[in-house]
Design a binder for this molecule. Structure first.
Ligand code: HEM
Length: 420
């Protein structure tokens, strides 16, 4: 329903969206359509995703090398996965990634700042419920969010300044040609800013809004989903056996997983669907806001209300799902077409539905499956001695595990060269 395509950002999100100059929080209208079109066409089209495979592959090989170095030791899986996803996202945005010591040190700081911003956006804020109190910022949510966003702002300023410097210095034909074929998202956005007409031009604020959307929307969601998937798999030895059997059949244990294998990994794909059913990364979606009063199932929804769609509860509803609390990937094998990620079935909406459906589904689907397949194909996993698996969650706009998942990897491929 198009009435529901609006947003009503809380005070914290007004800051993290540079004043609604981004895709996630901007109201439905021509400016939002333009930003979303740029994002989807430039970053999420099949040709862009195919062109970016080399970079994703490089980062996935890096996590394999990192984990291999720590075989036999307990590792924080969510942290490792976050660093990989962050590098993939940064590569797409401005062609940079964190390597060596920075991968760990700066990457961990990034994770902390992303986590804190997400926490500020999800935290109930008195200023949102009683606008007369907004200027007092009683819980310090606005001032905290400002501090966190300025951390990102400094990074964006420095990559943008560097890019502009390079542009001024370097106008040679060869370099221009090279740049044309390797244009990353930032380059494309800066060109739109400089060359676009009044309809297509972008402001610097919108550019930063798009960068922050991609970092915030793309990293914590995907890495949290992967951490849940690994936790559910570790709890169910029969599931890990089936996934590895399929991997050995499709990939073989003298070879490495490639993204082209993913469509053939039917069982693994159902494991991901089931993970997103029980642990939807964004359990209440991003709040919607009807642009006019309307009636839904006999209830009047007044214009301007803030609507939370509880997909967490819908995806556990016993009227819609058999044994809803059990992790049973097979349920998706019975009717493979029944639940897609586009929100066509209202019992299953992990990415939302309609106009404001997640703009990053095509990347999320590829990346999550590729990382999970690689981790389970390259390693066996077990919990440290005496540790009990904890599957409780922590409320927030992103539904995270309350305790980080720590597990011990063992190598399972035929030769050490496959870990290079
Ligand atoms: C498993 C991973 C992911 C999940 C579960 C997820 C889920 C969601 C959900 C539920 C929404 C809100 C939909 C609504 O309000 O109806 C959303 C919006 C959005 N997501 Fe994702 N997401 C994921 C990954 C990504 C990635 C990788 C990116 C980009 C790199 C991304 C970018 C966005 C953007 C830009 C929006 C705002 C769309 C709009 O308001 O028009 N997401 N996502």
């Amino acid at each position: 329903m198009q009435f529901f395509a609006n947003r009503d950002p809380p005070a914290s999100a007004l800051i993290s969206s540079y004043g609604k100059h981004d895709i996630v929080w901007m109201s439905n209208g021509p400016e939002w359509r333009q930003l979303r079109k740029i994002f989807v066409r430039k970053l999420m089209s099949s040709s862009s995703l195919n062109a970016g495979y080399g970079l994703r592959r490089q980062e996935v090989r890096e996590i394999v090398r990192e984990v291999y170095k720590q075989v036999g030791l307990p590792i924080n899986i969510g942290e490792q996965i976050f660093l990989t996803i962050l590098n993939v996202v940064m590569n797409m945005l401005w062609g940079g990634s964190l390597q060596g010591e920075d991968r760990k040190n700066v990457g961990v700081e990034f994770r902390q700042v992303v986590g804190e911003i997400v926490e500020m956006i999800g935290k109930p804020n008195i200023s949102d419920f009683f606008p007369v109190l907004a200027r007092f910022d009683l819980q310090g949510i606005k001032s905290n969010t400002k501090k966190l966003v300025s951390w990102f702002d400094r990074i964006f300023d420095s990559v943008i300044a560097l890019r502009m410097d390079v542009d001024v210095d370097d106008k040679s034909e060869a370099k221009k040609e090279n740049k044309e074929s390797n244009k990353d998202f930032l380059q494309f956005l800066l060109e739109l800013k400089n060359q676009g007409d009044s309809k297509t031009s972008l402001s610097m604020t919108q550019i930063k809004g798009l960068l922050l959307d991609t970092v915030l929307g793309g990293t914590d969601t995907t890495s949290t989903t992967l951490e849940w998937a690994m936790a559910e798999i570790l709890k169910n030895p029969e599931i890990i056996r089936k996934v590895q059997e399929e991997l050995d059949e499709v990939v073989g244990n003298d070879s490495i997983v490639e993204e082209s294998h993913i469509p053939k990994l039917h069982y693994l794909n159902t494991v991901l669907k089931e993970t997103l059913r029980l642990h939807p990364a964004v359990p209440l979606l991003v709040p919607h806001c009807p642009s006019q009063s309307c009636t839904v199932a006999g209830y009047t929804i007044p214009e301007g209300s803030r609507i939370f769609v509880n997909v967490w509860a819908m995806q556990r509803d016993p009227k819609a799902w058999e044994n809803p609390l059990e992790f049973q990937p097979e349920r998706f094998l019975k009717e493979p077409g029944k639940c897609d990620y586009q929100g066509n079935n209202f019992q299953y909406l992990p990415f939302g539905s309609g106009r404001r459906v997640c703009a990053g589904i095509s990347l999320a689907e590829k990346l999550v499956a590729y990382v999970l397949a690689t981790l389970l194909h390259s390693f066996d996993w077990k919990l440290p001695e005496g540790v009990k698996l904890d599957l409780s969650d922590k409320f927030g706009i992103i539904l995270k595990k309350s305790e980080p998942l720590v597990a011990i990897p063992t190598a399972r491929l035929s030769t050490p060269e496959l870990y290079n």
